[in-house]
Design a protein around this ligand. Structure first.
Ligand code: RIB
Ligand code: CA
Length: 309
């Protein structure tokens, strides 16, 4: 089976870092390029973090290009899950030996799509600013995108009240609207499923047992990440971005529902919320497949596999 060509657009970020690691380590994926965006930290931080992570992985041959430093139409509100550096608590990471590509991330994304012999899968794991700008600036290249599997969103389900606004969409709702209206094949891997792939005691024990250099780094990343989640929500660290990447490897990890998803950009208490219309009540055709169920055990098996020597 030929590896799936993937470009990850990310804002590392502890969970972004693990998604990059899985993309590099799993044979099912060929990581063609990485682009960075503001979000968990300012762009300069997310970019140096991406470069150091790829250096650590021995993947400095994968080109990295920095994209947008602020959302399309509003000031940047930084995420709070990763500390000011975007990778606080990280064990030693090597200094990068390769410069970022001296091209804006959006233009670099376009160049990689243009030169690709077959369509590429895009995996955005941060705010959708770069992808929104790609859609606006290079509509002729959308046919070179096989599908978008993004980490983002949180949805009503039956009688449940609104789940919390999800950061990637909240941070740049205008970009999200542009991407959702693009006609691309979009799978949204949102909090409904990512909050079920939590690193708790058993998962820490399993990662510790693998005992490889990479598993030890991931263990340290997750110890910091889990501490913050524990403090904020009383739960373990949710592996948001790694699940989005894992879904590219094995789409059966999740069940999806088609829906028309809109973004609330005027609400006081619901600003940035993603609202799913499953039944065409607003007369609009579905624009996404949103993840509704996840096989957590199967996901963790894939994560552990990526950490083994
Ligand atoms: O809401 C989770 C998302 O926000 C993840 O992508 C995490 O890295 C943060 O960017
Ligand atoms: Ca992220």
């Amino acid at each position: 089976m030929k590896p799936i060509k993937v470009i990850i657009d990310c804002d590392p970020g502890h969970d972004d870092a693990i998604a990059l690691l899985m993309a590099h380590r799993l044979p099912e994926i060929e990581l063609v390029a990485v682009t960075t965006v503001c979000g968990n930290a300012p762009l300069a931080r997310t970019t140096i973090n991406a470069r150091r992570i790829m250096e650590l992985l021995g993947a400095s041959d994968v080109p990295i290009a920095a994209g947008c430093a602020s959302p399309l139409a509003r000031p940047l509100v930084l995420g709070t899950a990763d500390g000011p550096s975007g990778l606080d608590g990280s064990p030693y990471l090597p200094e990068p030996t390769v410069e970022a590509v001296p091209v804006h991330g959006v233009d670099f994304l376009a160049a990689k799509l243009r030169e690709a012999e077959e369509p590429i899968v895009l995996v955005p794991t941060g705010p959708l600013t770069n992808i929104g700008m790609l859609v606006l600036k290079y509509p002729e290249l959308l046919s070179k995108i096989e599908k978008v599997v993004l980490m983002g969103g949180a949805f009503y389900r039956r009688s449940e009240i609104i789940t919390p606004t999800e950061f990637n969409i909240f941070c740049d709702p205008e970009a999200a609207e542009i991407v959702l209206a693009s006609g691309l094949d979009i799978t949204m891997v949102g909090l409904d499923v990512t909050m079920h792939v939590l690193v708790e005691e058993d998962e820490f024990a399993a990662i510790e047992k693998i005992d490889t250099p990479l598993s030890r780094v991931v263990f340290d990343w997750l110890k910091f990440y889990e501490k913050l989640h524990r403090g904020q929500m009383g739960i373990g660290g949710a592996l948001h971005d790694p699940l989005a990447l894992a879904v590219v490897v094995d789409p059966t990890l999740i069940e999806t529902r088609e829906a028309h998803v809109s973004i609330d950009r005027t609400g006081t208490h619901t600003f940035g919320a993603t609202v799913a219309d499953y039944f065409k009540l607003n007369g609009l055709e579905p624009n996404v497949k949103l993840a509704s169920q996840v096989n957590s055990a199967k996901f963790f098996e894939m994560l552990y596999r990526s950490l083994e020597d």
